[in-house]
Design a protein around this ligand. Structure first.
Ligand SMILES: Cc1cc2nc3c(=O)[nH]c(=O)nc-3n(C[C@H](O)[C@H](O)[C@H](O)COP(=O)(O)OP(=O)(O)OC[C@H]3O[C@@H](n4cnc5c(N)ncnc54)[C@H](O)[C@@H]3O)c2cc1C
Ligand code: SF4
Length: 512
């Protein structure tokens, strides 16, 4: 009898459309494993760990129903060696398998470990593509060949051309590539986003297993009601719900924040996308079809705003990651060294915007883009938090956080620790922006109109103090020129007052 091939499926490789699963093969055994090495290399949100484990278990079930041979090593399986490499080595050394095959890992650390493992194994090995993304890192590099710097828009246009998304006769539909300027509305009082779709599950058994196995985690979960979309069926339903109820307003209120609603018109598809339960092409095509069939309900501004996030930003971030790892993970342009204050872990702060964004993240393992970028990220960059700590926080707290997409968003876009590889300037703002885009300021201890005094909003002072502190590094940046022009005109005594108040805020950062 011929020996089977051992095929490894990682927790973020749950792609049922992969060519591995086209026909039920008799010659392969599919291996999925829950290992402590992955569950605890950084402290993760409990909902993130549960999300991965339930998604893997559901995927294994689906494979079994389709007659694939599956070997599932649960976290509490007694023979579990708790690392991909050790489990695979032990299985292969039994002599039961003719070869070992795996899909290209998306994370640099895991990709390196798999290369080394493949060299050590005493059987033939083969690596496959994950067959998930719209572009390759090589395409990313070829778009920017000969360019001085990356510009997301340039890459996005190439992806639109190569996929044909929202294109007609080689031109962008709507005669514009990008409707970003129409995507920045505050949520008016009369607009009530529909409730977020939920997929309640009892996960008490997994929670007990995590406790028994002593897996450290952050955040909370109701074990009787875990609500993330973690199966292929859930992801398809979430996509349908998004197209029917959320897409019509998605673009307009993409940047809005409110205490009244945690997800607004966002899709909450990032976890399902990142573990590959659903593909970017499938999501974009479903959204485009909805727009085509309902032109009176879904305008070009809404659909383009959504397509840009997935075909543009998501693929762009992946290109940056694979072009700049492993050095990228060490970049610290501002030489920022401060530790994260306690309220990133307990939400106990008088700053309402930070409290809301962190509390939501601890409760749900989710915050939308602008909360991540313009509240927590904005605060962290202006206070000079060490990007290693920032990365660990973002990687741990969000269910959708996998390194290839978390790192360029966090260290790059949000912290500008890469000195301008991802973005052209640091995303910083005073309370003016937060007040414009949310209702946070109206319920805050601090006064969004003030810089000084006990109730002066810290964001207002930090905005200017950050520019002064980093003048040497940023002054020549044309995108921040206006800020430095204004600073030049500012009387010296005002600047000195900002420096003094800025120092007071930073010295008392734990008490804000
Ligand atoms: C500091 C920071 C950290 C982030 N960390 C992550 C992360 O770890 N994992 C992650 O998937 N996204 C991350 N993002 C991007 C974005 O915030 C999330 O993808 C989004 O909030 C997920 O929610 P959603 O599915 O409701 O998104 P929607 O608003 O509905 O957008 C649709 C989809 O577009 C994609 N998308 C949107 N913006 C981005 C972006 N900037 N980069 C990549 N994809 C994008 C996502 O796949 C998302 O599901 C981060 C952004 C910032 C500013
Ligand atoms: S006043 Fe300042 S601290 Fe308070 S919510 Fe507004 S921006 Fe945040």
């Amino acid at each position: 009898m011929t020996k089977p091939i051992l095929r490894l499926i990682m927790g973020d490789q749950l792609n049922i459309a992969h060519s591995w699963f086209k026909d039920p093969p008799t010659h392969a055994e599919y291996l999925l494993m829950e290992v402590k090495e992955e569950a605890s290399y950084a402290p993760h949100h409990i909902q993130k760990i549960i999300g991965f484990f339930v998604a893997m278990r559901e995927f294994a079930k689906e494979l079994t129903v389709r007659n694939f041979r599956v070997r599932y090593i649960a976290l509490d399986t007694s023979s579990n060696k708790h690392s991909f490499a050790s489990n695979v080595e032990e299985m292969v050394s039994s002599g039961r398998y003719s070869a070992f095959e795996y899909q290209q890992p998306d994370e640099y650390r895991v990709a390196q470990a798999m290369e080394l493992l493949a060299q050590r194994l005493p059987v033939a090995t083969k690596k496959f593509d994950t067959e998930h993304f719209l572009t390759t890192p090589e395409q990313f590099r070829s778009v920017f060949k000969g360019h001085q710097r990356y510009v997301m828009e340039l890459f996005y246009r190439e992806v639109r051309r190569s996929t044909g998304f929202l294109m007609q006769n080689g031109k962008p539909i709507g005669e514009r590539w990008n409707f970003d300027s129409e995507n920045r509305k505050k949520l008016p009082a009369g607009v009530k986003p529909p409730p977020a779709i939920e997929f309640p599950r009892d996960v008490s058994d997994i929670v007990s297993m995590l406790t028994q196995e002593n897996v450290q985690s952050i955040g909370t979960v109701d074990p009787k009601r875990f609500t993330w979309a973690v199966s292929r069926n859930d992801a398809q339903q979430a996509l349908q719900y998004f197209c029917a109820h959320l897409l019509p307003e998605f673009g307009s209120y993409q940047d809005a924040m409110t205490t009244e609603h945690r997800t607004l018109f966002h899709s909450k598809l990032s976890f399902a996308l990142n573990v590959k339960l659903i593909s970017p092409r499938e999501v974009i095509e479903a959204a485009i079809k909805t727009w085509e069939e309902n032109p009176e309900r879904v305008s070009i501004e809404q659909i383009e705003g959504f397509v840009r996030q997935i075909a543009g930003w998501r693929e762009f971030m992946r290109g940056v990651y694979w072009t700049h790892m492993p050095e990228y993970k060490r970049l610290n342009f501002f030489k920022a060294e401060r530790s994260l204050p306690h309220y990133f872990w307990d939400a106990d702060t008088k700053m309402n915007c930070v409290r809301q964004s962190v509390q939501q993240s601890l409760d749900d393992s989710y915050a939308h883009h602008i909360q991540r970028l313009m509240v927590t990220g904005n605060f962290a960059v202006m206070t000079g938090i060490n990007p290693d700590e920032i990365d660990a926080w973002y990687l741990g707290i969000y269910a959708d956080a996998v390194e290839w997409v978390q790192l360029p968003n966090t260290r790059g876009m949000s912290q500008f620790a890469d000195g301008g590889i991802v973005g052209t300037k640091p995303y910083t703002s005073s309370a003016q922006y937060i007040n414009k885009m949310s209702n946070y300021c109206s319920k805050c201890f601090y006064n969004y109109k003030e810089k000084f005094g006990e109730r002066g909003c810290p964001f207002n002072t930090l905005y200017w103090d950050f520019l002064i502190r980093n003048q040497e590094k940023l002054e020549k940046n044309p995108r921040i020129g206006m800020g430095y022009q204004l600073l030049k005109k500012m009387p010296e005594k005002d600047k000195a007052a900002i420096r003094e108040k800025g120092a007071e805020i930073l010295n008392n950062i734990e008490k804000l």
